[in-house]
Structures are given as structure tokens and as C-alpha cells.
Unconditional design. Structure first.
Length: 364
């Protein structure tokens, strides 16, 4: 009878774990979608949408999953998984804060908690078969972890030093020095963080065998001067990563969102020899660029500009003017205007628009 009770407990835990994964996966997908589509005037609608998905998931998790005794093979999973789910619950709770002047700050805290939960789930992905596919595009196969070697793979966090700011690096788990990696340098927006912004690229890059370098600006946003302390910082990061890993210098791409998009123009035109292509997402030209544009710097570097019609930070008219100006003075610009988008995190945009454009460019 005792053995039967133990077996029943094990089956109950496995069933609860399966149900929890399904609910968490639906939350991850919905919350990502909301972050990409968020704009003024629809916050209440977005909050209602996430409530409809979450319902009492997190409350039931605390009352009916946390107290369970996991079977022997899952004891090391239980507590880390509970910690991850609690971060997601915190992200949800903060996101549901009452709309008002302080809500933007609340959203930044919500986003931070969401990303902390993602990092923890990512570490547990091999034990979570229903959640693991969230870290790949549909139909992609998970990179098979190489035998332990001299260098780290997966997520690597590097702290700031005297020469550069901190950064997040993703190296595919199947990395091999004899296969040089293409690299995406992904620049966060104002008040952003590299360790958060990297998640807009993780699924796409991991599925296609790309490394990601996600720098943090020295200050709350990028130094828009020329020369720029942040430009020096990012170049030093690139040198550091290239010295440690086999990176294909002919396939290094630069992209950024919002202020990161503005800085993509600045860094990309200041250091055009480093990048095969520039993708500016919801960004505009800065006056600092005028001398470089007059000199024709970076004319050989193709640019992709993506902007939402409902952008409430940089009106779409600015993006149209920018592209018309650049084209008129001889720059190679591809412009894509998104009729339903505003100014938010570009998860699906990176997957369906930016990476295919990068891959359409022949190696430099």
C-alpha cells in the first residue's frame, strides 16, 4: 500500500507539472505578444487580455503545486522551478498596476521580473519538455550541447570594467571553433538593459546558429556624441568576444530599438567596416550624424529601417523623412512600415523581418 501511495504521488506530481507547463507557456507567449503590441490607449485592453490567460494560475500554483513533494528524479527541479514561476507571477502582478503617470516605471520593473523568470526557466529547459520549445522558433531543433570545452556557451554575463560597460553574450550551445559564428549586436532602448533586450533575439538566433552581443549603455541611454564613449565600449566588447570565440567578421550585424536604433546609425556609420548591415527599429537620425552623412561614411553598408505607423515616441513621419534623405544622398536603405505597430519590443519583428534581411546580404 505504501508503494502504491508513493506511485500515486509521483503520478500526481507529473500531472501537475504538465498542467503547470501548459499554463506557463501560454502566459509566456501572451505576455511577449502584449509587450510587442503595447501602446498608449490600449493598456486596459492588454491587462484584460492577460487576466483572461492567467486567471488563477499563479494563485493555484502557490496553493497546489508548491507544497507537493516531488519524486526523486525531480527534487532538484522543484525549488528552482518555483523560483522561476514566482518571478513570472511578480511580472504579472506589477504589470497589472493601475494605469497612471507612474505606470511606465512599473512596466520596467515588470519586464525585469519577467526576464529573471526567463533566465531561470532557460536553465531548466531540458527538464521542461513543454516549455523548452518556447526558446526556439517553430520547427527548429535545439542545438545539441557540445562536449565541455575551454569556453562557455549559452548565456554569459560580463561585468563593467574601466574600458567598457557590461554586456550579455549568447553563444549557441553547439558552438565549435571550426565553425565561425555570425554575430548580432543588439542595442537596447532608453532605460533598457542588454540582459533584458537579448530576449527579443534569443529564440531567433538560437534557432539559426547566431551569437548575440547585447551591450549595456554606460548611462541610462546611449552617448549620442561623436566620438562616443559607448561606441568605444561596444568596439572593445566586439574585440573581446572575437578574441575568445570564433566569430565570422564578414557576418557581424548591428541593430537597435528606439534610442538603440538612433545609436545604430551613429555606431554603424562611425565604424562601417565592422558591420555587414544595420537594422534600425523605431529610431531616427540624430543631428550628430550630419558631418558623417556629408562625408558619405558608411554608404556601402546596407540599412533596414522598420517603423510603426502608431509610434508614439518618434512619429512615423520622421522615419519617412529619414529614409527619403538617406536615399537621396546615395545610401542603400530598405524601409518597412508596419501599419499595426507602435513602439515596443520587436520579438516577431526580429524573427520575420530583421533576420531574413540580414541573411539576404552576401557576406561582406
Amino acid at each position: 500500500m505504501a508503494n502504491q501511495d508513493i506511485n500515486n504521488q509521483d503520478i500526481n506530481y507529473a500531472d501537475r507539472l504538465t498542467s503547470l507547463q501548459k499554463e506557463v507557456l501560454e502566459f509566456l507567449r501572451t505576455f511577449e505578444s502584449i509587450q510587442e503590441g503595447l501602446r498608449p490607449g490600449i493598456l486596459s485592453e492588454c491587462q484584460a487580455r492577460i487576466v483572461g490567460v492567467v486567471s488563477d494560475t499563479f494563485r493555484r500554483f502557490e496553493s497546489s503545486f508548491v507544497p507537493l513533494t516531488p519524486p526523486d528524479g525531480m527534487k532538484e527541479l522543484h525549488q528552482p522551478l518555483c523560483n522561476a514561476i514566482r518571478e513570472l507571477a511578480k511580472a504579472y502582478e506589477i504589470f497589472m498596476s493601475k494605469p497612471g503617470p507612474e505606470w511606465t516605471l512599473a512596466f520596467l520593473h515588470s519586464r525585469a521580473a519577467f526576464c529573471r523568470g526567463l533566465y531561470q526557466l532557460y536553465e531548466l529547459r531540458d527538464q521542461l519538455p513543454l516549455i523548452a520549445p518556447h526558446f526556439l522558433v517553430d520547427g527548429a531543433r535545439s542545438p545539441v550541447t557540445s562536449a565541455p570545452g575551454a569556453v562557455a556557451t549559452g548565456f554569459i554575463q560580463r561585468q563593467r570594467n574601466q574600458e567598457r560597460s557590461d554586456y550579455t553574450l549568447y553563444i549557441p550551445e553547439d558552438y565549435s571553433p571550426d565553425r565561425p559564428l555570425p554575430l548580432i549586436v543588439a542595442l537596447h532602448g532608453g532605460y533598457g538593459q542588454g540582459y533584458e533586450y537579448v530576449w527579443t533575439w534569443l529564440r531567433t538566433a538560437r534557432s539559426r546558429g547566431y551569437a548575440i552581443l547585447a551591450p549595456k549603455s554606460f548611462d541610462v541611454t546611449w552617448d549620442m556624441m561623436v566620438p562616443s564613449s559607448d561606441a568605444r565600449s561596444v568596439v572593445r566588447m566586439l574585440n573581446e568576444v572575437s578574441n575568445e570565440y570564433s566569430i565570422d567578421p564578414a557576418r557581424v550585424y548591428l541593430t537597435g530599438l528606439s534610442d538603440g536604433g538612433i545609436f545604430t546609425y551613429i555606431l554603424g556609420l562611425e565604424q562601417p567596416q565592422l558591420f555587414r548591415g544595420l537594422a534600425v527599429i523605431a529610431g531616427v537620425l540624430h543631428l550628430t550624424l550630419d558631418p558623417m552623412l556629408r562625408q558619405g561614411r558608411g554608404k556601402d553598408t546596407p540599412m533596414l529601417v522598420i517603423h510603426g505607423v502608431h509610434d508614439f515616441i518618434f512619429p512615423v513621419a520622421y522615419a519617412r523623412q529619414t529614409c527619403n534623405l538617406l536615399t537621396s544622398i546615395g545610401y542603400n536603405v530598405t524601409y518597412k512600415e508596419l501599419p499595426e505597430w507602435g513602439h515596443a519590443y520587436p520579438y516577431s519583428i526580429n524573427e520575420r523581418l530583421v533576420l531574413p534581411w540580414f541573411e539576404s546580404l552576401p557576406p561582406k
